[in-house]
Write a protein that binds this ligand. Structure first.
Ligand SMILES: Cc1cc2nc3c(=O)[nH]c(=O)nc-3n(C[C@H](O)[C@H](O)[C@H](O)COP(=O)(O)O)c2cc1C
Length: 196
């Protein structure tokens, strides 16, 4: 059966949860294989921080190889997502606690947040793939605000390590495609809470 994602223009916005990037690129490839036309956007952190998980140069190269286009790296490049309305859906994949907190409070100071704001103004689905150690702590209130916001959908998430990291919440990134297919119809995949 042909994927519902075939021919859809999907934005994938990467923020600085570097430990998830390996899984993120696997799903990015699946999205392209399903026939989606993919545009990546990098936050300032994700395009500058080198960590034990990799370098910004590697991420940029990988994103270009998989999608066939240069990532969006600046607020100015992300802004036309609003007036041109060219994305069918945008997924913040992964979404840090920092980006979730800013989004819930209307802050627009990174290319990812600019893209999200621009996209939301068009009434199209914005997806969140949460990945934060303070999901059940300081960021719980922001996740609550986003869960209750119009046109925002969540990849299923759960506690990845309740004993070692009691406040950590991580999305099931391998459910990107089904979550997107439903979000394109403005439906939330269920159940949202799924254990690991
Ligand atoms: C190695 C490393 C791993 C990180 N992992 C996470 C993470 O999984 N979740 C998170 O919310 N922040 C994580 N951070 C912190 C964010 O990168 C930091 O808050 C940054 O300001 C996020 O900016 P952004 O949301 O604009 O990408 C990590 C930082 C480093 C250096």
């Amino acid at each position: 059966m042909e994927s519902k994602l075939k021919g859809k223009k999907i934005g994938v916005a990467l923020t600085g949860s570097f430990c998830t990037f390996e899984k993120i690129f696997i799903e990015l490839q699946k999205l392209v294989d399903a026939g989606a036309d993919v545009y990546t956007i990098f936050s300032g952190a994700s395009q500058t921080i080198t960590s034990r998980f990799g370098t910004p140069e590697e991420y940029r190269k990988k994103a270009k190889e998989i999608t066939g286009r240069e990532p969006i790296f600046t607020i100015a490049e992300a802004e036309p997502i609003g007036p041109k309305a060219y994305l069918d859906a945008l997924v913040i994949f992964p979404c840090t606690g920092n980006t979730a907190a800013k989004l819930a409070n209307g802050i627009t100071d990174t290319p990812v947040l600019m893209g999200a704001k621009a996209h939301l103004r068009n009434g199209k689905p914005l997806l969140i793939s949460i990945s934060t150690n303070d999901g059940l702590g300081m960021n719980m209130k922001n996740i609550g605000v986003l869960l209750n916001s119009k046109n925002i959908y969540f990849l299923p998430f759960g506690q990845d390590s309740p004993m070692k990291k009691p406040n950590s919440l991580i999305a099931h990134t391998d459910q990107l495609l089904p979550t997107l297919e439903l979000a394109l119809e403005h439906k939330q995949i269920q159940p949202i809470l799924q254990s690991f």
